[in-house]
Design a protein around this ligand. Structure first.
Ligand code: NAP
Ligand code: MG
Length: 400
């Protein structure tokens, strides 16, 4: 059979547990029969991270800077329990954190919508893509406890003399203090990633912060977005008929709840962390949430938003049946193929990505799905059948 040819390899980042099982099934059942697959393979499974002292994670991120498009399997972020389970020499950092630090990008999370799965917010008929700034703020803060009688300051040293600003005097009580930062460079990169992504998706971009209260910090975000928009992107937005819209975060929350969806919603680090989980839940299932990291230089790393589905993996190891939903992992691959196809001018590869996604959606919309979707699916006249992990792959493969 004729197989679709690729030019540039994808950076393939393999991972852990149930998603590693699914990874192999995606390749064996849905890709290799149709595509002459070219990848540069990096095994980010925890055992190999340990063996390479985590160098493999760094190498895979550097390869992404070189090749431009990566697809990543979910990976374990070690905690104390994992250190003993895998006999680790060190509590290795989150691979996603390491990759993000090297690519320095923005994470866009988008739900996969299926007919029959009604969002918990009935007006949301189009996906909402959450763009989370992945740098700084409380994720890089310093925190301390203060004792009654302490005085806290914000101190900035500089050659011109610096600033020492009174923060608070703990006259009556012990307390807590936190300092955080961000940089104009990172905020600018965040803004450009969002504007570029909005153009590539032809969707409106919303951005919201709390600039009325945070008059210097959040206001800086607002100003940087506006300046970059006016100088670099306004003309293009107007040409393709999309809008950039800034509003206060509480106003944005109220408007989004009443909207039809369909926008990209840019959020600061913490806001994006919290609200992306809310948006994912409203649209149905974590297993239907895709995620792509876009670097300011235009490198792309596609993945599922969920983790390694540990509970299912332990069942799998015991030989028990699992019903793990592979949709987000499949869409990570199709997203990567589509992007590779665009960059290398390979219409056949793009068409393959479209067909595979359609086969997945047709399977679900005609009533064949994994257990996580059963409770939230209803379509008039469609009989629902719960499939185990492998049966779901076979159902999609039959449609292909
Ligand atoms: P998780 O793997 O996302 O799973 C949480 C629960 O969500 C599962 O137990 C399952 O619920 C449900 N679920 C998630 N994905 C599913 C799927 N594809 N199909 C069916 N159900 C699905 O999160 P976790 O259990 O908190 O974390 C497990 C490991 O993943 C951890 O070691 C963590 O470090 C890692 N992790 C990695 C990433 C990443 O690589 N991007 C992200 C998050 C977590 P039921 O058990 O009720 O069926
Ligand atoms: Mg979160």
């Amino acid at each position: 059979m004729h197989k679709i040819q690729m030019k540039t390899p994808l950076v393939e980042m393999d991972g852990d547990e149930m998603t590693r099982v699914i990874w192999q099934l995606v390749k064996d059942k849905l890709i290799l029969p149709y595509v002459d697959l070219k990848t540069e393979y990096y095994d980010l499974g925890l055992e190999n991270r340990e063996k390479t002292l985590d160098q493999v994670t760094v190498d895979s991120a550097i390869a992404t800077l070189r090749l431009g498009v990566a697809v990543k399997c979910a990976t374990i972020t070690p905690n104390a329990q994992r250190v003993s389970e895998y006999n680790l020499s060190k509590m290795w950092k989150s691979p996603n954190g390491t990759i993000r630090a090297i690519l320095d990008g923005t994470v866009f999370r988008a739900p996969v919508l299926a007919k029959g799965i009604t969002p918990l917010v009935p007006t949301w008929t189009q996906p909402i893509v959450v763009a989370r700034h992945a740098y700084g703020d409380i994720y890089r803060d310093v925190e301390a406890r203060a004792k009654k009688g302490d005085k806290a300051y914000l101190l900035i040293e500089s050659e011109e003399g610096g600033q020492k600003i009174n923060l608070f005097e703990f006259a009556d009580s012990d307390g807590v203090v936190l300092e955080q930062y961000n940089t104009d460079n990172s905020i600018s990169d965040f803004a450009r990633s969002c504007f570029n992504f909005a153009i590539s998706q032809k969707k409106d971009l919303w951005f919201s912060t709390k600039d009325t209260i945070s008059k210097t910090y959040d206001h800086r975000f607002k100003d940087i977005f506006q300046e970059i928009y006016d100088i670099e992107f306004k003309a293009k937005f107007e040409e393709i008929g999309i809008e950039y819209f800034y509003t206060l975060i509480d106003d944005a929350v109220a408007r989004i709840m009443r909207s039809k969806g369909g926008m990209i919603w840019a959020l600061k680090n913490y806001d994006g962390d919290v609200l992306s989980d809310m948006v994912a839940t409203v649209f149905g299932s974590l297993a239907m949430m895709t995620s792509v990291l876009v670097s300011p230089q235009g490198n792309y790393e596609y993945e599922a938003a969920h983790g390694t589905v540990t509970r299912h993996y332990y069942k799998h190891l015991k030989g028990e049946e699992t019903s793990t939903n592979p949709v987000a992992t499949i869409f990570a691959w199709t997203g990567a193929f589509r992007k590779r196809g665009e960059l290398d001018s390979l219409p056949e590869l793009i068409a393959f990505a479209d067909k595979l996604e359609k086969a997945v959606m047709d399977t679900i919309e005609n009533g064949e799905m994994t257990k996580d979707l059963i409770g939230i699916f209803y379509r008039d006249g469609v009989k629902v059948k719960a499939l185990n992990t492998v049966e779901f792959f076979d159902a999609v493969s039959n449609r292909m």
